[in-house]
Design a protein around this ligand. Structure first.
Ligand code: ZN
Length: 278
């Protein structure tokens, strides 16, 4: 019997997969200037975000925005590996990307140092072995930077192998927990193998069932690993900004189907602990 009477989760949300790309706001024009973007977060109870953008100027803008402080939104900045769309398919072998990342890390943001790298994409998991991918993973592992990676399950193993810690210390946020929908068993095996692997749940195939509630096998997985899952908006196109209220309502609906302490961790606590946000 569906828990039709269960109340939506009403606590704070940590949006761990937010893009503030050029087409949303380029510094002068765009449909989502900082006040507009922050208003969306504020009215949805989003109290902290992992911010990244193509190019990184968008993240710099959000990190410096008075509106973020006024709205009580903590900005956790990540260095995006993309200056433009061409970089999506080349970052893993392009040394100028590595140089750009080092320069950006040295520069920092008005909200403090960068806390991670990404989001990056690997459409072919073999590119996890690209020379720049190897260097960036080693850098993240050594500097304790988190990594936000849109990759398949095979690439998780390849990327982890490039970390000096062999994946024991690499704080990898798996965007969408595998957008291609690897099995629950496979996700569980990776969570077991890599103690710092976290699953972000936007666009996750098979996550929700009837009425927007969690499918039984996903509910069981989250209950088994309450400390390993995160939520995010993935505002990769402006459509996602216009749907921001709906996306967050969707999360609140299925979070309400979990025991309150588990819902709080997935919605907020896991990411807050990861990034030291109160
Ligand atoms: Zn994304």
């Amino acid at each position: 019997m569906p828990l039709a009477w269960s109340a939506d989760y009403a606590g704070p949300l940590f949006d761990t997969h937010l893009h503030y790309n050029q087409e949303a706001w380029d510094g002068n024009t765009g449909p989502y200037p900082p006040a507009e973007a922050l208003a969306r977060m504020q009215r949805n109870g989003v109290k902290a975000i992992v911010a990244n953008s193509r190019p990184n100027a968008g993240t710099q803008t959000l990190a410096a925005a008075r509106e973020a402080r006024d709205a009580g939104v903590a900005v956790v900045p990540f260095v995006r590996l993309y200056r433009n769309r061409d970089d999506y398919d080349n970052w893993f072998r392009d040394d100028t990307i590595y140089e750009m990342v080092l320069a950006e890390l040295a520069r920092g943001t008005a909200s403090g140092p960068y806390k991670g790298l990404g989001e990056f994409h690997l459409y072919d998991s073999a590119n996890a072995n690209g020379p720049v991918a190897r260097k960036l993973i080693a850098l993240a592992d050594q500097k304790q930077l988190a990594v936000l990676a849109h990759v398949d399950d095979r690439a998780i193993d390849l990327l982890m192998a490039h970390a000096p810690s062999q994946g024991r210390a690499l704080r990898l946020i798996w965007a969408h927990t595998g957008i291609g929908g690897p099995s629950i068993e496979r996700v569980q095996a990776l969570l077991e193998r890599y103690p710092q692997l976290m699953g972000e749940l936007s666009y996750r195939p098979g996550l929700t069932c009837e009425g927007g509630k969690l499918c039984p096998e996903w509910r069981a997985l989250i209950l088994k690993y309450p400390g390993r899952f995160l939520v995010g908006s993935d505002t990769w196109v402006n459509q996602r900004w216009s749907a921001y209220d709906e996306i967050m309502r969707g999360y609140r609906a299925w979070l309400g189907d979990l025991p309150p302490e588990v819902a709080q961790r997935v919605a907020w606590g896991n990411a807050a602990a990861m990034f030291g946000i109160n």
